[in-house]
Design a protein around this ligand. Structure first.
Ligand code: DGI
Ligand code: FE
Ligand code: FE
Ligand code: FE
Length: 187
C-alpha cells in the first residue's frame, strides 16, 4: 500500500482523538529524525502505523497474537503492550512494509527493548512527547529531547516504571532491559 492508503486504513480503525495523537507522533518523529540523523520517511511511516491496533477489542488482539504466532509471552503482561506487537505484524501482512527497522520501531514503541536502534528510540520518544501529550513531566522530557534522545527516553522509562510500581502493576522485563541498556551505555 502507498502512504495515503495506509493513512486511510489506520485512521479508520481509531477514534479521532487517537488519530490526532498519531499525527503528532508523525510530525515529532520526522523532527527527531532530522535532528538526530535518521531517515524522516522511515520514522514517519512507523509513526503512522504504530497505534493501528490500539482500539481493537482486547479479545481480538489476543486472538491475533495467538493465530499469527506472535510473541505469546506478552499475553502474560499488561494488555497495553499487545497493540505494538500486532501493529508490527499488520505493517507487514496488510500494508506490505518490508523494512524490518520500521516494523521493529512499531513493535517496540511501547515496551522499548535493550539495544534499541536510533529509529526505535525516535518513535518511542515521539510517542511520549508529541504535542498533544499533557502529563506531569512531559515538558521536562521535551527539553531533554533537544539535548539527548537517550536521556529523554530514560526520563520517560523511569516515569513509566515508577507509575507502574505505584499502581502495583506488572512491569514487562523488556522495559527494565531497555532502561538497564541505556544506563549501561553511559558507563
Ligand atoms: O499507545 P499509546 O497510548 O500512544 O502509548 P504506548 O503504546 O506507549 O502505551 C503506553 C502505556 O502502556 C503507558 O500508559 C504504560 C502502559 N504500560 C503497561 N505496562 C507497561 C507499559 N509501558 C511500558 N513501557 N512497559 C510496561 O510493562
Ligand atoms: Fe501505542
Ligand atoms: Fe510510549
Ligand atoms: Fe501512540
Amino acid at each position: 500500500m502507498n502512504r495515503e492508503e495506509i493513512i486511510k486504513s489506520v485512521s479508520g480503525q481509531m477514534p479521532e482523538r487517537r488519530w490526532i495523537h498519531t499525527l503528532g507522533v508523525m510530525s515529532t518523529s520526522r523532527q527527531l529524525a532530522e535532528q538526530y540523523g535518521e531517515d524522516p520517511e522511515r520514522a514517519e511511516l512507523a509513526a503512522i502505523i504504530h497505534d493501528v491496533a490500539k482500539f481493537w477489542p482486547v479479545e481480538q488482539q489476543r486472538s491475533y497474537i495467538v493465530e499469527h504466532q506472535l510473541d505469546t509471552e506478552l499475553l502474560q503482561y499488561n494488555k497495553e503492550l499487545w497493540h505494538a506487537e500486532i501493529g508490527a505484524h499488520v505493517a507487514w501482512a496488510q500494508y506490505g512494509v518490508e523494512d524490518q527497522g520500521v516494523r521493529d520501531a512499531i513493535r517496540y514503541h511501547t515496551s522499548g527493548r535493550a539495544g534499541m536502534s536510533k529509529l526505535e528510540k525516535i518513535v518511542w520518544l515521539a510517542d511520549y512527547i508529541e504535542p498533544n501529550r499533557s502529563f506531569p513531566g512531559v515538558e521536562e522530557a521535551r527539553k531533554l529531547a533537544e539535548i539527548s534522545l537517550e536521556e529523554s527516553i530514560l526520563f520517560g522509562l523511569n516515569a513509566t516504571i515508577m507509575i507502574l510500581i505505584e499502581k502495583h502493576r506488572i512491569i514487562y522485563p523488556g522495559t527494565l532491559a531497555a532502561r538497564n541498556s541505556l544506563l549501561a551505555a553511559k558507563l
